[in-house]
Design a protein around this ligand. Structure first.
Ligand SMILES: C[S@@+](CC[C@H](N)C(=O)[O-])C[C@H]1O[C@@H](n2cnc3c(N)ncnc32)[C@H](O)[C@@H]1O
Length: 207
């Protein structure tokens, strides 16, 4: 039931609900969502990151089953670490064989990861409705070296509803070179109410 699962994903409300939902979906995510919905957002975002000069070490935030990591590896970018709330999703990501390290945790819980340890951060499918809002930006920024490149796919409706424009404005002085580029989330084989969903490939550098 791919469409039903996508609807449910976009309506999640709490970290515990999110973790339980993705724990259940993990084994079917690649076949139902990635293949079934022709989910191309990570590929498009990885291409934007590479075109802007993105390099490793890179953190894949909300790594899930490792779709984004596989796209970065395709582009020769690494090493790649993955961070995700749901261990069962990371179990699938591990099988892709492209991650140096996989970290289970909630970015909003003040994880004790070393500051300034990454040259880049990427995130697909996680700054979206029912998931992570602008409050996820400062803890991610802390993990990036000065000059590092951050590439986040942010769902259009979520960008407006959650106040990302104000959040980026509040980070003036800490970030530079912000660009927003429209990207499609699903390819030509997608069907259903979300087939035309789009978002911003949001790119910026840490000052
Ligand atoms: C739609 S999946 C995207 C997975 C992958 N990036 C992709 O594009 O296929 C969203 C992921 O975000 C993770 N997630 C949601 N909230 C999170 C948080 N606060 N901290 C870390 N991961 C989170 C979920 O566990 C889930 O694996």
């Amino acid at each position: 039931m791919p469409k039903l699962d996508l609807e449910r994903a976009l309506a999640l409300r709490t970290p515990e609900e999110t973790r339980r939902f993705y724990a259940d979906w993990a084994a079917r995510y690649d076949s139902e969502h990635v293949a079934g919905n022709d989910y191309i957002q990570p590929r498009r975002l990885a291409d934007c990151f590479a075109e802007a000069g993105g390099a490793g070490p890179v953190l894949d935030f909300g790594a899930g089953t490792g779709v984004m990591g596989a796209e970065l590896a395709r582009l020769g970018i690494g090493p790649i670490d993955g961070l995700d709330l749901t261990p069962e999703m990371l179990d699938v990501a591990r099988t892709k064989g492209v991650y140096r390290d996989l970290i289970a945790g909630n970015i909003l819980d003040g994880l004790e990861l070393p500051a300034a340890s990454y040259a880049g951060v990427v995130s697909a499918g996680t700054f979206t409705l029912g998931h992570v809002g602008p409050e996820g930006l400062p803890p991610l920024l802390r993990l990036v070296r000065p000059g590092g490149l951050i590439a986040l796919a942010i769902n259009h409706a979520h960008y407006d509803a959650a106040g990302f424009a104000d959040a980026f404005e509040a980070l003036a002085g800490q970030i530079a070179d912000l660009t927003l580029t429209d990207i499609p989330y699903y390819g030509a084989k997608a069907t259903g109410p979300h087939k035309d969903d789009t978002g911003y490939a949001t790119l910026f550098r840490k000052v």
